[in-house]
Design a protein around this ligand. Structure first.
Ligand code: SAM
Ligand code: SF4
Ligand code: SF4
Length: 337
């Protein structure tokens, strides 16, 4: 995975330090639509929704100026269903530098031209969901032909050499046996690999959680194989510590210590703030402090270990060290772009 260059790393870490002390969020997830092209088994979205009250691209600049996050995720629903998604990115990245911007998408609507336009507009990282290394992905996502499309478009975009594409695989009881095979697919397509963990909180369904000793053994075996593939190019994007915490999350049926609403938050398509995508208490932008008092201060939910938590539940010194030594870079080095 392409490391963030030295000067940009300093900017991100500088803003992160200020935000940490000022109790402003480090990561903001902009859910730019509730509509989706898929009907995934593990998700509460699926199909078209009312889009009439969605924020407009220019509105996002005000949110970024007010919240001043280090990292923005542009997500949904399916963000590529917004015909104005490039314009949204331009408004998020209005000063051309911060925030580090991640587009989280199923890529059903991605083309090579759109990838390049999004890159030029300021997307730093493309997170592409992949649940299976073959067309079982179509069945799980309820969209025939999706896997074939991905297997063509992802290598084609990767050949541009920006090293900014990451496959994101949400581990469930259905795909736990495919952890290593999905890493193999990432290598074959010339992209990076990241894992996250199923949460039953989104749909209330326990079936996709890892409920048996056999499933936990399969998880550990798969993650051990992934660890053996890890190298200094950082193509396995999760840290070893995060993958260990993922094992503990499944084994212990949860991970306490969530900082939703404080260190990260969600902006709904209509512009309200939510602590996370699975907690639906909403607050206006101006009342973020009230969200911290009324939600974060007493939040005992431990029902997910999605990647946003894996970065932000840590203490400030640990977070800083991991970013300095890992994702961002204080070591001048050869860049890919
Ligand atoms: C909600 S989707 C939105 C963006 C886009 N539609 C996509 O699928 O990438 C973001 C990520 O959440 C994951 N996800 C969906 N349901 C989940 C659940 N119950 N637990 C954990 N992750 C989940 C998806 O696999 C996807 O990687
Ligand atoms: S995981 Fe993403 S693609 Fe699947 S239904 Fe949810 S929002 Fe849509
Ligand atoms: S653990 Fe935190 S981020 Fe996860 S569902 Fe609960 S409140 Fe949301």
């Amino acid at each position: 995975m392409r490391r963030v260059p030295l000067v940009a790393s300093c900017r991100i870490i500088g803003r992160g330090s200020v935000n940490w002390l000022a109790r402003r969020p480090i990561v903001v997830s902009l859910e730019v639509t509730d509509s989706c092209t898929c009907y995934c088994k593990h998700c509460d979205h699926g199909g078209p929704r009312d889009e009439s009250a969605n924020l407009k691209p220019a509105d996002y600049r005000h949110y970024v100026e007010t919240l001043r996050p280090c990292v923005v995720q542009i997500s949904g629903g399916e963000p590529l269903m917004r015909a104005d998604v490039v314009d949204i990115v331009r408004n998020v990245k209005y000063d051309g530098r911060l925030p580090y911007t991640i587009l989280v998408s199923n890529w059903s609507e991605m083309s090579e031209d759109l990838y390049l336009r999004l890159h030029d507009a300021g997307v730093d990282q493309f997170s592409v969901s992949l649940d299976f290394p073959d067309d079982r992905h179509d069945v799980f996502r309820g969209l025939p032909g999706l896997y074939d499309h991905l297997s063509q478009i992802i290598p084609r975009c990767a050949r541009h050499g920006y090293d900014d594409i990451v496959l994101n695989s949400c581990i469930t009881s259905e795909n736990v046996g495919e952890i290593d095979a999905m890493a193999g697919k990432a290598r074959e397509w010339g992209v990076n690999m990241c894992y996250s963990a199923y949460s039953p909180r989104r749909t209330g369904c326990q079936d996709y959680f890892l409920n048996s000793a056999e499933q936990l053994a399969t998880l550990n075996e798969g993650l051990d194989r992934v660890e053996a593939r890890r190298d200094s190019t950082r193509w396995i994007v999760n840290s070893a510590g995060t993958l260990d915490a993922t094992r503990r999350y499944f084994a212990g049926h949860g991970t306490p210590g969530c900082k939703a609403g404080l260190r990260f938050l969600v902006v709904t398509p209509q512009g309200q703030l939510q602590p996370c995508s699975m907690q639906f208490k909403r607050f206006p932008l101006e009342e973020r402090s009230r969200m911290i008092e009324e939600f974060t201060a007493t939040n005992a939910c431990d029902q997910c270990y999605v990647s946003i938590r894996s970065y932000l539940d840590k203490s400030f010194p640990v977070l800083l060290w991991e970013n300095v030594s890992g994702f961002f870079s204080f070591k001048p080095q050869k860049q890919n772009v």
